[in-house]
Design a protein around this ligand. Structure first.
Ligand SMILES: Cc1cc2nc3c(=O)[nH]c(=O)nc-3n(C[C@H](O)[C@H](O)[C@H](O)COP(=O)(O)OP(=O)(O)OC[C@H]3O[C@@H](n4cnc5c(N)ncnc54)[C@H](O)[C@@H]3O)c2cc1C
Length: 323
């Protein structure tokens, strides 16, 4: 008993010394709306302005709350009742509804059937908690606008675009994500779907994604998405390379490196590694923080980009069927 009460008083003393971080106390939404139509949602967003905020899966919004960025918000607007969870395969595009969950993406036959979208499966495999994947949405992942999330990097290397409602305007991920927690949305607008261009027939386009984190379920120190084709002569064509994690306020495309890579023999792994080693340091500036130094991140960027490229090449060549 004595030991017990001593232990309790010790805990109380320590609690007094340790300042436990709490969520922003100013965040106290007073109401919760669940519109049934897109028109109703737009009206609510217009009327509420800064006082209203969309919630989809609700797994990313706490990151925003935690930093005290939405203290003015009085009303959360749940968009899960809008029937925006779908896949629609057209002649030129695969369209994915904004509230499609990460688990639904992982199970999608539309994505699995096409080699050019492999980077999405790789990215989903790198996101661990199934509880998160069951509710987190593709739209929410983009709109959270954090540079170290995985799905936006995979989508950007596939030249994905977001469609805004009600205007119907389309924006490339790179234009839409402006910086930390900042997206290009006007008042009254929301993301209704994500559009992925289909590869041209016979282009043998493939893609791959790589992530490195300090632990199994941590944020990426660096992540990388690569999409490319391998031509009949087994040379890399039209590569798109996107790096995220610790390269600044948003994921970035490395166009000079893409130019250097174009025309390289797809099986020449050593040449691919050399191109990344030489070109990446000239094009990106990695950040330093408590997780990793900028030098370490730069080294990771070179290695992961080479691995993703090699994987995408292998996938593309297997589509050549050994020819
Ligand atoms: C424990 C945990 C582990 C995680 N691990 C990873 C990981 O390893 N890799 C990774 O990439 N991510 C990871 N995540 C992040 C996760 O992917 C995102 O939190 C999630 O995708 C956000 O989607 P959501 O539907 O929950 O968004 P919400 O939380 O509902 O919304 C996030 C933001 O987007 C806005 N928003 C949402 N939908 C729309 C829309 N259609 N139009 C306009 N604005 C919108 C909201 O207003 C809010 O500002 C993790 C999250 C958690 C909680």
């Amino acid at each position: 008993m004595i030991v017990d009460s001593l232990a309790k008083s010790d805990i109380l003393q320590r609690k007094k010394r340790i300042k436990v971080p709490t969520l922003s106390l100013e965040f106290r939404p007073k109401s919760y709306l669940r519109p049934k139509t897109e028109q109703e949602l737009c009206r609510q967003l217009m009327n509420l302005g800064e006082r209203g905020r969309i919630i989809a899966g609700g797994t990313g919004i706490y990151e925003v709350v935690h930093r005290g960025l939405i203290t003015d918000v009085e009303t959360l607007i749940d968009i899960s009742g809008l029937n925006l969870s779908y896949f629609s395969l057209g002649r030129d595009f695969l369209r994915i509804g904004a509230t499609t969950t990460l688990s639904e993406l992982a199970r999608s036959s539309e994505l699995a059937a096409r080699d050019e979208f492999s980077a999405i499966s790789d990215a989903l495999n790198s996101i661990q908690p199934p509880q998160v994947k069951n509710v987190a949405t593709i739209g929410g992942a983009i709109c959270t606008a954090l540079p170290f999330l995985d799905l936006p990097v995979a989508l950007q290397c596939l030249n994905a675009e977001v469609r805004l409602a009600p205007s119907g305007v389309k924006k490339k991920i790179d234009e839409f994500m402006i910086g930390y927690f900042a997206i290009a949305l006007e008042q009254g607008e929301f993301v209704s779907e994500i559009e992925l261009p289909l590869a041209r027939d016979g282009s043998r386009r493939s893609s791959a994604f790589q992530k490195f984190a300090a632990t199994h379920d941590d944020w990426a120190l660096i992540n990388c998405g690569v999409s490319l084709s391998v031509d009949q002569k087994r040379r890399i064509a039209e590569p798109v390379i996107v790096l995220g994690g610790g390269v600044g306020e948003k994921p970035m495309r490395v166009k000079s490196t893409e130019d250097a890579l174009s025309g390289t023999e797809a099986t020449d792994v050593e040449r691919i590694k050399t191109i990344f080693s030489n070109s990446i340091p000239k094009e990106i500036k990695t950040v330093s923080d408590f997780r990793a130094s900028s030098d370490y991140r730069l080294q990771l960027a070179k290695v992961l980009a080479a691995r993703a490229t090699t994987n995408a090449c292998k996938r593309s060549m297997s589509a050549l069927g050994g020819k």
